[in-house]
Design a protein around this ligand. Structure first.
Ligand code: SF4
Ligand code: FES
Length: 253
C-alpha cells in the first residue's frame, strides 16, 4: 500500500509572464509531492515557497481556481502541452517534468491566468437562455420526450472551460469562429420546448461571419472536451438547422 506521507521530488516548469506587454520566461521548481496530489496542490506548494530549483527567490505563480472538482473551468491550462483542468490532473499520472502554460487562445492576464470573458460574451450573442419574464406562473410546460431529454442532458454538461476553443484550429482572430461550445449551446436550446420558440434568433446569430459554416470538422473539440460532449453531432445538427433557416429567410424575402 502507498505511504500517504511519502513525498517524491517532482520537477515543474512554468511559463511565467508578469503582464501581457512583458516577455515570457520559464521558471523551474522542485516540489515535494505526496501521492494523489493534483496540479492545484502542487501550485499551492510553489506559492507557499516561491523559490526556483536553483535557489532563486521569485514571485508567487498566479493561476485561477474555484470549484476544485471540474465544474467551473477556471483552472483550465496547458499541462504537458494538452489542454485540461489542473484540479483533475493528478501529478502521479503525469509525465515528468511537468510543464504548465497558460491557454494560448485567450488574452493573457498573468502567468497561468487568462481572460476567458469572450466566451461569456458569445453566450449573449447566441441568446443562451430561456426567456421567462417571471411575472406569472407558467405552469409545468410541455414534457420533453425521453430521447431528446437524453441528448440535451449530455449537452448541458458544458461548463464553459474553453478546452474545445483552445484545441480548435479554426478558433483564432482571423476566423472569429464562435467555437464548438457555443454551437453546442445553440443545439441544446433547440431541444428545449420553450427555448425552441426563439431558436431562429440563435440560428441567425451563428449564420454570420465566424458562424457555424466556419467549422472545418477537425474534430479536436471532441477529443479534448473533459465532459465527453458529442460536439461534432451538435455542430452537424446546427449546420442542418442553419441551412433550413437560410432557405426560410430566402423564401420570405
Ligand atoms: S464543450 Fe466541453 S471543452 Fe468546450 S467549453 Fe464545454 S465542457 Fe469545455
Ligand atoms: S477549479 Fe473548477 S474546474 Fe478546476
Amino acid at each position: 500500500m502507498a505511504d500517504a506521507t511519502h513525498a517524491t521530488a517532482v520537477i515543474v516548469e512554468i511559463k511565467r509572464q508578469e503582464r501581457p506587454d512583458q516577455p515570457a520566461r520559464w521558471e523551474t521548481f522542485e516540489v515535494a509531492c505526496r501521492p494523489g496530489m493534483n496540479v492545484i496542490a502542487l501550485l499551492m506548494e510553489i506559492r507557499r515557497r516561491p523559490v526556483t530549483r536553483d535557489g532563486r527567490e521569485t514571485t508567487p505563480v498566479a493561476w485561477e481556481m474555484a470549484c476544485l472538482e471540474e465544474v467551473c473551468g477556471a483552472c483550465t491550462m496547458l499541462i504537458n502541452g494538452r489542454v485540461r483542468q489542473a484540479c483533475s490532473a493528478i501529478v502521479d499520472r503525469l509525465e515528468k517534468p511537468i510543464r504548465l502554460e497558460p491557454l494560448t487562445k485567450f488574452p493573457l492576464v498573468r502567468d497561468l491566468v487568462v481572460d476567458r470573458s469572450v466566451m461569456f460574451e458569445q453566450l449573449k450573442r447566441i441568446k443562451a437562455w430561456i426567456p421567462i419574464d417571471g411575472t406569472y406562473d407558467l405552469g409545468p410546460g410541455p414534457r420533453m420526450n425521453e430521447a431528446d431529454r437524453q441528448v440535451a442532458y449530455e449537452l448541458s454538461k458544458c461548463f464553459t472551460c474553453g478546452s474545445c476553443l483552445e484545441a480548435c484550429p479554426q478558433y483564432n482572430p482571423l476566423t472569429q469562429f464562435i467555437g464548438a461550445t457555443n454551437l453546442s449551446w445553440v443545439d441544446f436550446y433547440g431541444f428545449h420546448p420553450t427555448g425552441a420558440m426563439n431558436q431562429h434568433e440563435r440560428l441567425d446569430a451563428v449564420m454570420g461571419p465566424g458562424g457555424v459554416q466556419t467549422c472545418g470538422n477537425a474534430q479536436n473539440c471532441v477529443q479534448v472536451c473533459p465532459k465527453g460532449i458529442p460536439l461534432t453531432n451538435a455542430i452537424y445538427r446546427v449546420k442542418r438547422a442553419a441551412l433550413r433557416r437560410a432557405f426560410q429567410r430566402w423564401s420570405e424575402s
